[in-house]
Design a binder for this molecule. Structure first.
Ligand code: COA
Ligand code: ZN
Length: 321
């Protein structure tokens, strides 16, 4: 049974947690995970209470060999009716593949940093935008939902600061196309809580019609603080990666996303309901560890939640009885 450390707080919005480990996590793993194991693990994830699962990427298999089995994974997973199954799409070719695979949503990607856009997608930002405009039209005609993920929204490892005005500019361009969902991505963990409060606050104030998601990497130990700051700003949707794996292979110094266990633990401590429990995530996390063959960086995954109790040492009990 889950022991709530705090009584449920009234009036708290329900928080949506999106699992990105199958995409953002696996894309960074050096070893190819067999399709069979991925599918079994994804089927476990589908039972846990996520609002959304990012299943895979329809990108060039040369760019991301770890996700070269995207079609087969999409074909073989069992889909829970309440979960949105999203996939990363960088261009029209990716959109065609994602459509054929019956993805619920296209997660279109471009970078708020010109340099990272070139490094990651081999296109200028203008080329990416033109491509994604076509893809958005295609999705709208087909009735497929669209989310736009803006990489490096809180800083670029090559350019440094990315001005908030540049991020808001791209949000506006996509909003003009009718896009209603945008993810602000801290691709290499450069965000700090003050900046998160300011940028997320500005984004929500300027674009009340857009559903914003925050996507943090815990590269510098600020992941939890940034989630907290985003909550304070009014963000109610978060990407997180089981075990804390992840990162962009085309962003120097990238490391893991905020771990889903850590984010759910934080949300639980704050009295937010997100439909997931730390205990519920444990099996999927164990499966992931076995599948990857290495330890996972999640703090709560290693230490357990703060409401877990340990027996006092036996000799202590004997001495003071
Ligand atoms: N799916 C599969 N293959 C694709 C593809 C897609 N969406 N888009 C392009 N390709 C293939 C082309 O068919 C071509 O194959 P070939 O070499 O066998 O002829 C090859 O990729 C190169 O195509 P091109 O259009 O010249 O693309 P590019 O080399 O400029 O690469 C991207 C552009 C966007 C496809 C590539 O950079 C990419 O997939 N990036 C994604 C990176 C990523 O996922 N990063 C992490 C997530 S943020
Ligand atoms: Zn990421």
């Amino acid at each position: 049974m889950l022991l709530h450390p705090h009584p449920k707080l009234q009036g708290m919005p329900r928080i949506a947690v999106h699992e990105v480990a199958p995409r953002d996590g696996l894309q960074m793993e050096p070893r190819f995970v067999p399709t069979e194991a991925k599918v079994a693990w994804l089927d476990t994830l589908s039972t846990l209470g996520y609002a959304k699962i990012e299943v895979t990427s329809f990108v060039s298999p040369k760019a991301i060999p770890a996700l070269a089995d995207a079609e087969e994974v999409m074909r073989r997973i069992h889909r829970a009716p309440e979960v949105v199954y999203t996939v990363l799409v960088p261009n029209a070719r990716g959109a065609e593949r994602a459509m054929a695979a019956r993805a619920d949503e296209f997660n279109l990607v471009m970078s708020a940093s010109a340099t990272h856009n070139l490094a990651n997608l081999r296109m200028t930002q203008a080329q990416s935008f033109a491509t994604l405009r076509e893809v958005t039209t295609l999705a709208q005609q087909a009735g497929v939902a669209v989310n736009v993920s803006l990489s490096c929204a809180f800083g670029c490892p090559m350019e440094g600061d990315v001005p908030a005005a540049a991020v808001l500019h791209w949000v506006e361009r996509f909003a003009e196309l009718g896009v209603q969902a945008v993810t602000l991505c801290d691709t290499t963990g450069m965000a700090d809580p003050g900046q998160v409060l300011a940028l997320c606050g500005a984004a929500l104030a300027c674009f009340p019609g857009i559903a914003f998601t925050a996507h943090f990497h815990d590269t510098r130990g600020l992941g939890g603080a940034n989630v907290f700051a985003a909550l304070q700003a009014g963000i109610t949707r978060f990407d997180a990666s089981l075990g804390g794996i992840g990162g962009c292979p085309y962003a120097p110094g990238a490391s893991g996303n905020v771990a889903t266990e850590d984010v759910v633990h934080l949300l639980t401590c704050l009295g937010h309901d997100c439909g997931l429990t730390v205990e519920g995530l444990a099996d999927a996390s164990r499966l992931l560890r076995a599948m990857l063959g290495h330890d996972l960086p999640s703090a709560v995954g290693r230490a357990g939640p703060r409401w877990q109790r340990h027996e006092p040492p036996v000799d202590l009990v004997r001495t003071f009885r």
